[in-house]
Design a binder for this molecule. Structure first.
Ligand SMILES: Cc1cc2nc3c(=O)[nH]c(=O)nc-3n(C[C@H](O)[C@H](O)[C@H](O)COP(=O)(O)OP(=O)(O)OC[C@H]3O[C@@H](n4cnc5c(N)ncnc54)[C@H](O)[C@@H]3O)c2cc1C
Length: 398
């Protein structure tokens, strides 16, 4: 196994850097690097810039508008985007529902939805979790009952990320209540403008409206929006979750945050010297840097297996990646000290204007909100405890 980049890969990295230097709008870069919140327009603007370059869906087959890059190049692209401070391309369309539509959808679904996902003409959200079905997802209770050419959907989804902006939701629904619980589930694509859908905000610890409850009250969904076969949805759902977990290590973003942390700790004075030179704090920074380096090598080892599905290894990446992200967020707040404490919604939402130089990107005020927001990472995408169960069962054979 060779974990070094080839000359061709280095040249590719340079090409990506040049693209980002020329095309990433400075206001978006400052928002991302300064831990400010992104709005719908920010996500859509960046997605469309990347789509115009033909790079919005690197993992897709070329026939649907993918790049044809191998796993190493996709990794380089992700890493350079994170280091530069681009908004993310949201996963719900490109990385989640699109692979399911490609693998199991009808020709009409492919023709209708994939080009619109590629160009961000539709904003998608994920309707899996329910109040009584999170870790135990197969217990979901939202029903879909066939009525002529429609399904009639009733029930509730929760924690639905950014559903307030969504045009479409992909949903797991129960179509056979009598079957074993995994066998009675179907995968439906639902227009969020359908009569009977209500979206109610859930405001998080950091006062951000990032997630929602979505209610379905006799919502009529055309049968042509069923993906694959009725009652086979659990198979498609598991296929999708494999895609969700692989990108979750976020090594590039953690590298950017580590740089931020070091710069911040260099500016902060403690006992007449920079905090970064305090032996106790420096040891903590070194520890998280070591963890991050080990994680990066593990990611590269996974990539070296090329395009084989990572399987339970994805659970290791998820746990370690989120532990590193949370440790960095915690140390940033520690380094900023009392300056991180005041919560200023106007500042965090960028309503006070965006910082104008790199020194201003070092603002401490958004850091407490960032810390609280990042508590989510060990819960979403399958909680870290559930990932440990997967490792115990599938890697350790317990
Ligand atoms: C910010 C955020 C965004 C999200 N976005 C979406 C979204 O867009 N769409 C969507 O469908 N879902 C979304 N989720 C939901 C997410 O997938 C669930 O929160 C997650 O699967 C956990 O389910 P739960 O919240 O019901 O907790 P529960 O399943 O009730 O778990 C509660 C606690 O018990 C632990 N636990 C449960 N079962 C076991 C077990 N067998 N062994 C050991 N420990 C266990 C869990 O680890 C957790 O600590 C989001 C969640 C968050 C926090």
């Amino acid at each position: 196994m060779d974990l070094n980049y080839s000359h061709a890969d280095d040249a590719f990295r340079q090409q990506v850097r040049e693209f980002l230097a020329a095309n990433l709008p400075p206001d978006l870069r400052r928002k991302v690097r300064g831990h400010l919140r992104l709005g719908k327009d920010d996500y859509v603007r960046w997605h469309r810039i990347v789509a115009a370059q033909g790079w919005a869906a690197p993992g897709w087959p070329v026939e649907y508008g993918g790049t044809g890059w191998n796993a190493v190049r996709r990794h380089i692209w992700d890493e350079e985007c994170a280091l530069a401070g681009t908004p993310p391309i949201l996963p719900f369309g490109v990385n989640m529902v699109a692979p399911v539509i490609m693998a199991f959808g009808s020709a009409a679904q492919k023709a209708r939805f994939l080009p619109r996902i590629l160009h961000c003409d539709d904003w998608w959200c994920q309707g899996y979790s329910e109040p009584g079905a999170g870790s135990d997802l197969a217990s979901l209770a939202t029903t879909a009952v066939r009525d002529g050419g429609h399904y009639v959907v009733n029930g509730q989804k929760t924690w639905t990320t950014l559903a307030q902006h969504a045009d479409m939701i992909f949903c797991l629904v129960r179509t056979d209540p009598a079957a074993r619980k995994q066998d009675g589930i179907s995968f439906l694509l639902i227009d969020m403008k359908s009569p009977g859908i209500t979206v109610r905000p859930i405001v998080m610890l950091d006062e951000e409206h990032e997630v929602n409850e979505v209610f379905f009250d006799n919502v009529r969904v055309p049968v042509e929006n069923l993906v694959g076969k009725e009652n086979q949805g659990w198979t498609y759902a598991k296929f999708l979750l494999g895609h969700e977990r692989t990108g979750i290590a976020a090594v590039g973003r953690s590298k950017r945050e580590l740089r931020f942390l070091k710069a911040l700790a260099l500016r902060q004075q403690q006992g007449g010297r920079p905090l970064l030179e305090d032996p106790v704090f420096a040891a903590k920074v070194a520890q998280v840097e070591i963890e991050l380096m080990a994680l990066e090598v593990t990611v590269l080892r996974t990539i070296a297996q090329e395009d084989r599905a990572p399987g339970p290894q994805a659970s290791l990446l998820k746990i370690k990646g989120t532990e590193v992200q949370q440790a960095l967020a915690e140390m940033m707040v520690e380094a900023a000290g009392p300056a991180a404490l005041p919560f200023d919604a106007a500042l965090v939402e960028g309503r006070q204007g965006i910082a104008h130089d790199s020194a201003d990107e070092m603002q401490a005020a958004p850091l407490a909100a960032y810390y609280f927001n990042y508590r989510k990472t060990s819960i979403y995408g399958g909680s870290n405890e559930i990932q440990k169960n997967i490792i115990a069962r599938m890697i350790l054979g317990l």
